[in-house]
Design a protein. Structure first.
Length: 722
């Protein structure tokens, strides 16, 4: 049912809905007789000769529904009239806070969002697809509107914490853009108890200020417990917990034998020195490097990638599951793989001392890392050694140990390739990542920034080379004006306005950027060099990335701004990314002389893969934020050095230098003065003491409170800073 009004008896929902369908056209016909004239509800009831209380209640409800749908309008004096001509748009809800939202139109026009007050959302939630009627503009907004129809719901399940009362329960959602608690009847608790984390499914959507209703589908555990919180994140982002039995069975049925017939189709690299370099805790190895000296003095470098598509057949259950997942997801304590373990850690993993089927990009390079020849195709390899990054780095630094000559020669070539890449305009984005020391219960004992050393960059450079050259090969194979359908990884040029905004931010930290004089790439690289090791490094790196366009998968043959490559793809990680599987299939198809593939079908897969990539990144960030909040809750009494990373009217964001955790000092907690927000200068200023706290300031903070459910950290400035 819709809204309830004083004096109107509640009606049975099913009766009201059936009656509404019959009465709606009658009410509309009555109001349309006199366009522009308003009628009070009593006048409409009298005009329709409605006399009994039950019918009056139903007709009144119909009037409210017609108003909500925009079919009639309510005038200032409370009367109702025919709506007349209306301008409508469709779009997606972006719920900003509990008071209002924006609808982002489907037409894609920037700066054309529609402001919607909460009471005009018709119960729409974040990311729902809606139809909006535009209203006369108020509040200084460019466009205002009212949701008149919810076209589709983005999600119907939410994760949250149960709070019990004597007769019913509520779920308080973890999702920050869900501003409604969810009402749960006792009979729908499914065994959940007070303070449990649960997955709840909406059964009745909110209308106006009415709460949504739901049923508990799964109890995840007690709020605050490690497994409960991780499972909450998995459920919140709709990640799969396990593979369907049919998919596992299909994987187990695949033979591990390599037939003689298969060998005849492949180039044999089993006698060539080959090894992998991966993180210490890696279980799947999807890339290996081979190296041999040629008689002409050049070097043959092979980039060998697990031949996943040899094992995963088109239209198989494994293929369907890989498409659906599209990527592996790496949470703080576990991996949610794209492929079952039989493939990801077994058949496809390039484990040492085993013959493995691979898809390879092989390059003949001279001493200046110039490519003299290249070859792409299916191969078989035998990995001689599995190196961790630490072991490879030791051979680079000490120049000793097994395979040190090969590793150092590859590193020499990688350095040259890297230098050329930056000379061509690549941007050196080196974001700071963190890893957690966890005990057996998952409690964080410490937060350690990950180090990137030459061994990491060695592998990265040859993977970039293979990805670049595969993309160029397919692009050049197509005819002018009629390119072959292919999957590209693209990165558009940054928006000038966003760059200017970033330059203003950087200036607050004492760094000057001149994009017109120095060029975008050179200016950004200069900044990245200047901030290395400084407290503001992580803040500015993150802001720089946010000012860039988002990389995505597409069949449109664009370039990659960040890497300064005219064409780029993802070829090197098919165990964990579905786009790489698409690239392998397409590359082999064109090597075999096949015609251009169905562009529309591949573009649809590209869009899906980009969406799944974003979901994975959001889930990974949520798991990191959860552990950061948990860690900071353990060390609440300690003082931390930090840097002001953001300033808003409600609080000051501070990144703690030691742990890279970000928290907020609320303006309401700054009791020494009344602070006003100076938006133009990214600062707050005390009204009496004139104390200024600006973006980039170094401060000392202490944890005031942490909220695991919302993954937030509340900070306070310590006395020394006042």
């Amino acid at each position: 049912m819709g809204r309830k009004r004083k004096g109107i008896p509640p009606q049975d929902s099913s009766v009201t809905k059936r009656a509404a369908k019959q009465i709606e056209p009658i009410v509309l016909e009555f109001l349309n007789r006199t366009p522009g004239r308003g009628y009070q509800i009593k006048q409409i009831l009298k005009g329709l000769n409605i006399r009994d209380a039950k019918s009056k209640g139903i007709v009144t409800e119909v009037i409210f529904r017609l108003e909500d749908s925009g079919k009639i309008k309510k005038l200032r004096n409370g009367s109702y009239a025919a709506a007349g001509e209306m301008t409508t748009i469709t779009g997606v809800v972006d719920y900003v806070n509990a008071r209002f939202a924006y609808v982002v139109p489907d037409d894609g026009e920037e700066d054309n969002d529609v402001w919607i007050a909460r009471e005009d959302l018709l119960g729409a939630l974040d990311d729902d697809k809606v139809k909006v009627v535009l209203k006369p503009t108020r509040h200084g907004k460019s466009r205002e509107g009212k949701v008149v129809e919810i076209l589709s719901r983005h999600r119907n399940q939410f994760v949250g914490r149960i709070e019990m009362s004597t007769r019913y329960a509520f779920v308080i959602p973890d999702f920050k853009k869900m501003f409604h608690d969810i009402y749960i009847k006792y009979e729908d608790l499914n065994g959940a108890k007070h303070n449990d984390k649960v997955l709840v499914e909406i059964t009745e959507w909110p209308e106006r200020d009415k709460k949504p209703e739901g049923v508990v589908k799964r109890v995840l555990g007690k709020a605050g417990e490690h497994n409960a919180e991780i499972h909450s994140i998995i459920a919140e982002f709709g990640l799969p917990l396990e593979f369907p039995d049919a998919v596992e069975a299909e994987a187990e049925a695949i033979s591990d034998k390599i037939t003689k017939a298969e060998l005849t189709k492949r180039k044999d690299f089993r006698q060539v020195t080959t090894f992998t370099i991966d993180p210490e805790d890696a279980k799947d190895f999807d890339d290996a490097l081979s190296l041999r000296m040629l008689d002409n003095g050049n070097y043959e470098v092979g980039v060998h990638i697990a031949d996943v598509t040899h094992y995963v057949a088109p239209k198989s259950k494994l293929e369907d599951e890989a498409i659906e997942r599209a990527t592996s997801v790496y949470l703080v304590d576990r991996t949610i793989p794209m492929l079952p373990e039989r493939l990801s850690n077994g058949l496809c993993s390039l484990r040492p001392n085993e013959e493995k089927l691979t898809f390879s990009a092989v390059f003949e390079l001279d001493a200046n890392a110039e490519i003299k020849k290249q070859w792409f195709g299916r191969t078989i390899i035998y990995s001689d050694r599995r190196f961790t990054y630490e072991e490879a780095q030791e051979r680079i630094e000490k120049q000793e140990g097994d395979f040190q000559e090969e590793i150092n020669l590859l590193n020499k070539l990688a350095r040259i390739l890297r230098k050329k890449r930056f000379q061509s305009g690549a941007v050196n984005f080196e974001t700071v990542e963190v890893k957690f020391q966890l005990d057996e219960k998952g409690t964080p004992l410490g937060i350690i920034p990950k180090e990137r050393k030459e061994a990491h960059m060695l592998i990265e450079e040859f993977m970039l080379l293979a990805n670049k050259k595969v993309a160029e090969f397919v692009y050049n194979k197509g005819k002018s004006g009629n390119p072959l359908t292919f999957v590209y990884r693209t990165h558009d040029n940054p928006d000038p306005e966003k760059l200017d905004t970033f330059a203003n931010f950087a200036r607050r930290f004492g760094h000057t950027l001149d994009f017109e004089k120095g060029g975008i790439s050179k200016s950004l690289n200069g900044l990245m060099d200047n901030i290395t090791g400084k407290p503001e490094q992580n803040v500015l790196e993150q802001l720089a990335i946010r000012s860039m366009a988002k990389a995505k998968y597409t069949t449109t043959e664009k370039g990659h701004f960040g890497l300064a490559f005219p064409h780029y793809t993802h070829f090197t990680s098919p165990i964990r990314r579905y786009p790489d599987m698409m690239v392998h299939r397409l590359l082999q198809h064109y090597l075999d002389g096949g015609k251009s593939a169905d562009k529309e079908a591949y573009e649809e897969l590209c869009v899906h893969s980009s969406e799944r990539e974003k979901r994975a990144a959001d889930a990974e960030r949520a798991s990191i934020k959860y552990k950061q909040v948990e860690y900071m809750s353990i060390v609440e009494k300690k003082d931390f050095a930090g840097i002001v990373s953001g300033v808003t009217e409600w609080g000051i964001y501070v990144e703690i230098t030691e742990t890279k955790c970000e928290g907020m000092v609320r303006i309401s907690d700054m009791s020494d003065d009344f602070y006003e927000f100076d938006e133009q200068n990214y600062r707050v200023v005390g009204r009496r003491n004139k104390r200024m706290i600006s973006l980039g300031d170094k401060v000392t903070v202490r944890v005031k409170a942490t909220d695991i459910d919302r993954r937030t950290i509340d900070l306070i400035f310590v006395d020394d800073d006042k």
